[in-house]
Structures are given as C-alpha cells and as structure tokens.
Write a protein that binds this ligand. Structure first.
Ligand code: G3P
Length: 232
C-alpha cells in the first residue's frame, strides 16, 4: 500500500515527503486553481523534483488528440510525471495512444468497476475510483474499490487501483483492507492518520515521569558540587 498526497500545496507536499511516508502526489485542475499556480508547467516541474515517486498532472483538453498533445508536454517535465486523463471515450482513446508511447496514465473520475475495467483494458497504469464523491451521493464508494480490486485480481490486470477522493482516516484503512494499491488523500487526512489520543497521553506520561526522576536525582557532592558552585 502506497500513500499519495492529493494536493497542489507545496508546503504540505514538502512536509508529507519529509515524514518518509508520501511516495507520490495527485493534482487536478481544481486543486491547482485553488493554490493559484498560473505557471502550471513550472509547478509540475518543481513537484517532479520534490516527490520521490509519481506526480500526477491532469490534462484539460476534451478530445483525445488534444489530451495526447498536452500529455506529451507534461511528461517531458519529469520522468516521474503521470498523466491524469478523464474517464470517457476520448479519455480511453488518449490512454491507448499514450500507452503506446510509453507515457503512464491515471484514468480519473472513475465511479464504477466497469469504468475501471475499461481504463485497464485501454492500458492505464493507474485508475482512480472517487470513493468520497460516491459516498456523498448515497452510494458505497468503497464497494467500487473492492469490486475493482477483485476484478483486476481475477483477470491478472496490472493496473494499480488508486483510491481517490478520500475524506477521512477510516477511508484509508478500508481502502487498504480492500486491497487498493494506493490511497491519495488531502494533507489533513494524513495528519489525522498520525494522531491517537492515547499516543499523546502516553508521551505526556513518559515525559512527566522522566522529569520527576530528574528532580529526585541526588544533588552533587564534593568536588562536583564545588565545580558547580564556581560555574554559577
Ligand atoms: O484528485 C482527485 C480526488 O481525490 C478529488 O477528491 O475530495 O475533490 O472528491 P474530492
């Protein structure tokens, strides 16, 4: 199981990478717009140098030819750049063409196991089921992840299942149990994964006990005491 950050915020990415647990980043046009990265290519180039793994950059063209053109330019920005292509006829055509050129694709906006199957057959390296957005409309997003993992494993399909649109730490646990290869999440969820009230309480007690031990330590005598007195 690998963890990616789903953000275009460079500080969050630097922080997550420094913890040694983030091995990739996903972005989308909404996240890039939120952070105001007007120089999109410059931003992706920076990310590619910062992240020790795949950096996902999404195309915005709506027909296959344009998607492929954008993808080539983005892929040239770094060896670890992965192209996010939206699910749909044009997306599948672009995925097939990019596969043939050796450019890795993440098919995004997948909301059903059938869409994920199509993405895989078209040659996607990754497919991203959006589980939070399914939950938002009253469907079981995690079931799409489970079914996709099962279908890929039944037929030996080598596309990575990238659980996306993750909203809370339980989503991460469930995606891991479902066999998702990767979970991509906002920085806030990564921070929530780190925390447990018993960890905080336990650390507080260890430190209190250590401080009381230091206070109980006998005062220095003889030469040590005189040296201490001279110093003070
Ligand atoms: O990057 C794709 C996906 O993770 C978006 O998540 O929270 O906008 O549904 P969200």
């Amino acid at each position: 199981m690998r963890l990616f950050l789903d953000t275009a915020n460079l500080d969050e990415i630097r922080e997550g990478v420094s913890w040694g647990v983030v091995s990739g980043v996903t972005t989308n046009p909404s996240l890039v717009a939120k952070e105001g990265h007007a120089d999109f290519h410059g931003f992706i180039r920076t990310l590619a140098g910062l992240v020790p793994g795949p950096v996902n950059a999404e195309v915005v063209a709506t027909e296959a030819e344009g998607m492929v053109r954008e993808a080539r330019a983005l892929a040239a920005l770094g060896e670890n750049v992965v192209i996010k292509v939206p699910m749909g006829k044009e997306g599948l055509k672009a995925t097939r063409a990019l596969r043939e050129e050796g450019i890795p694709v993440n098919v995004t906006l997948a909301f059903s196991p059938n869409q994920a199957l199509l993405a895989s057959l078209a040659g996607a390296t990754y497919v991203s089921p959006f589980l939070g957005r399914l939950d938002d409309v009253g469907h079981d997003g995690m079931q799409v992840v489970r079914d996709t993992v099962e279908i890929f494993s039944l037929y030996g399909l080598d596309t990575y299942v990238l659980a996306a649109s993750i909203r809370h730490p339980l989503h991460v646990t469930e995606a891991a149990l479902a066999g998702a290869d990767i979970a991509t999440m906002p920085f806030k969820v990564l921070e929530q994964m780190l925390r447990h009230p018993l960890t905080d309480l336990g650390l507080e007690r260890f430190l209190d006990d250590w401080r009381s031990l230091e206070q109980a330590r006998p005062a220095p005598v003889g030469r040590d005491a005189r040296r201490g007195a001279r110093r003070s």
